[in-house]
Design a protein around this ligand. Sequence first.
Ligand SMILES: [Cu+2]
Length: 352
Amino acid sequence: MPFREPLIAFNLTRFSAIFRLALVLSLLIVPQLVQAQWQASVGAESTDRGSQALAFLPNQFWIHAGDGIRWTFPTHERHTLTFLKPGQTRPPGFGPVFGVPVGCPGLTPDGSSFDGSACVTSGVLLLPEDAGPTADVPSYSVTFPSAGNFKFVCLIHADMTGVVHVLNLSELLPHDQDFYDREAQSEQASLLASASRGEARGASVDEGRAQRGVAAGTGEIVVTGGGSQTASLMRFLRNTIVVQVGDTVEWTSLDPSINHTVTFGAEPADPRVRSTNLTQDSDGPWHAVIITPADNVNSGFVSPAPQDRATLPQANPGLTRFRVTFMVPGTFNYICAVHDQLNMKGTVIVHP
Ligand SMILES: [Cu+2]
């Protein structure tokens, strides 16, 4: 029946067009109903642990409502992953007992969800000190049930922030996990390179006023579209210094926001507490005089002043220097009591 053939052909074409449209629609819609689990890292370090990327890698994500992000913590430096409520006052990293986090307040369990109404924070996560290459890497995940733009921070490092853009399901996401992996890799490489370049800057620390200079860490803050990251060299530069009896060595922090100590003898339970044998010089720095090889000296935090901001009280000048005068010959080993697990250690050799 030649008359009907065109009609059948027409129906088949129409059917196949509808079928194709349905297929295309289902391909567009189905992936969005699957709740994605995204991946990111918190920090990176060189193999000697001296160069530290104090950074969320990457530090911005665009995800859908209902998605989650799992952060891994692959370094020997401490970090937290923390979402404070909008406008919430930032809590201290540690409470009365050093190493015990205050939280926001308290800690929330792995897999918590965040929508801005209540804070979420991991505990302090890091690799165990003697972790081998097969050690379990700690991780923490957060899910985001509703749309919004949410900042996240590390409570230990002031210049370490990021943002998650949570979009409605109807919106397309600009990037896939491969993009974020590449971004994390390139940021990590650039931050670690920047940290290790601090060696040259630290080695040229000022030796003025007849004092011998050692840099207590160097670093710099890098800003991305998602927030700030810090590249720090957790080292004393120069690592070994040779002086004469009666000389004074001066340590200077060249890191924008990291706390270090200069600690001789017994490691104190709380590195923030200065030993009682210090006096304060008229220009600000605390100063110890070592009289016997067994003297215990702890500087407390040697730190820069935080960045001032409008409407907040002005910060005091930083305690960026610390001095020790050596009255006996010998070899004096010292540590940073915050970063000794990163091998931040040094030696003063005092000749008669
Ligand atoms: Cu340190």
